[in-house]
Design a protein. Structure first.
Length: 408
């Protein structure tokens, strides 16, 4: 068997460098716009535009990656697109350009997420997928932490546009990592969730894979996707809202710097959590999903109760616990629910689509509650209450999975 260790190491470093490349420095953008007194509604529309673009693109990106062997080239093009659109976002206050930049970022980010998942399964195969996913997530969070420190300091010392220099360095690292992944090491059938030892699906198409329509009859997958939607509806706007509140209500609070600090705290927490989830033999990955959902109401309550800069730290520790667990558990559960179908990336794209619906609507919902009256506290309560709805829905996913034999 060919040694794939070099390519797997390059994949791990790709996860590190692609951390903020994929998101386009999104949390900093909301704070940057708040500091420049951009209308609250435009901030919401701008952030929502990127989320909605990702929502529309994600299922197509997953299906595209399932059928394509050009996964490395797709990664390169998408990374360069995010860098270019971010350069536009941080050098203009034009409403049309801001919204357009985030649409490009959303589309390219969806492609990057799909290629990363496919490369992981295609290189590690199902036997090594759990551990490699944990390593990827840990390195991704470390990359987010380093880039957040660099971007926060660059913005604080030299101005917001200098954050782009940090992002450009990350992009170069990502491109070099892609180059180091050997094309011959990628098993494209394994990358789509179809390996020789897997049981064949009851229905097959002309290529021997499950028809896409069967995904819509996969009840565990559907319920899990819906649970992710409610989780991110409550979660996505919390970090931007924390720092928007600083910019709007606390004089001389350096909100861009605190955005960087908040991200560092969360990412530092996510690193051990991601490794724990990937290596745990005592607890199934579903257990960590329950924990992630239950953490969100506590996070929202803390954000509501305390408005100082230092409150960002415990709030973001909780974010690291929840997001770190769910980041690893999501692809693992999708792979479990769809194993042998040959539709892993399509199914993951579907889950990420509903997750993206929640994440895209979250800032618009939160900023609408904040409104001209600056009701930040009420907005945190609404976000926390929304996230609780994910709990019973995920329970249904696990119940149906146990009936079909895909619960473990």
């Amino acid at each position: 068997m060919r040694d794939r260790s070099t390519s797997l190491l390059a994949l791990t470093w790709l996860a590190f460098f692609m951390a903020d490349v994929r998101d386009g420095l999104g949390p900093f953008l909301a704070t940057y716009l708040q500091e420049h007194r951009v209308q609250q509604e435009l901030i919401g529309y701008t952030m929502t535009a990127g989320g909605l673009a990702a929502v529309v693109t994600t299922p197509f990106a997953g299906a595209w990656v399932d059928s394509s062997s050009a996964k490395r080239a797709m990664t390169v093009v998408a990374a360069l697109a995010v860098l270019a659109s971010s350069a536009i976002a941080f050098t203009t206050l034009s409403a049309s350009l801001l919204i357009a930049s985030q649409i490009v970022t959303g589309v390219a980010g969806a492609v990057l997420a799909a290629t990363m998942a496919a490369l992981t399964l295609g290189l590690a195969r199902s036997a090594g997928f759990k551990q490699q996913t944990g390593r990827n997530e840990a390195f991704s969070h470390a990359g987010n932490m380093i880039s957040a420190v660099g971007a926060g300091l660059a913005a604080h010392l030299f101005g917001a546009p200098w954050m782009l220099a940090v992002m450009a360095a990350l992009t170069i690292g990502a491109l070099l990592s892609v180059w180091a992944i050997r094309a011959a090491d990628i098993d494209h059938e394994a990358a789509r969730g179809d390996e020789p030892q897997d049981a064949k699906p009851a229905e097959i198409d002309g290529q021997g894979h499950a028809p896409i329509v069967t995904l819509f009859r996969n009840r565990p997958l559907l319920f899990f996707a819906l649970a992710c939607a409610f989780f991110h509806l409550g979660n996505a706007a919390m970090l931007p809202l924390l720092n928007q509140r600083l910019a709007a209500t606390v004089a001389d609070s350096a909100p861009l710097l605190w955005t960087g600090i908040a991200i560092v705290v969360a990412q530092l927490t996510m690193i051990p959590v991601a490794l724990w989830v990937a290596r745990s033999r005592r607890y199934d990955v579903a257990w960590f999903v329950y924990v992630a959902i239950l953490v969100l109401p506590v996070r929202g309550a803390l954000a509501y109760a305390f408005a100082s800069e230092w409150n960002n730290i415990p709030v973001q520790i909780l974010d690291g616990l929840a997001a770190g667990a769910l980041g690893v558990a999501t692809p693992l559960l999708v792979q479990r629910y769809t194993r042998g179908s040959g539709r892993f990336n399509t199914a993951l794209g579907f889950v990420m689509t509903l997750q993206g619906v929640g994440a895209a609507l979250s800032p618009a919902m939160a900023n609408a509650v904040v409104g001209a009256g600056q009701h930040f506290g009420i907005a945190f309560v609404v976000l926390a209450a929304t996230s609780v709805l994910a709990l019973p829905i995920f329970r249904l996913a696990q119940r149906d999975a146990s009936r079909t034999g895909s619960a473990r």
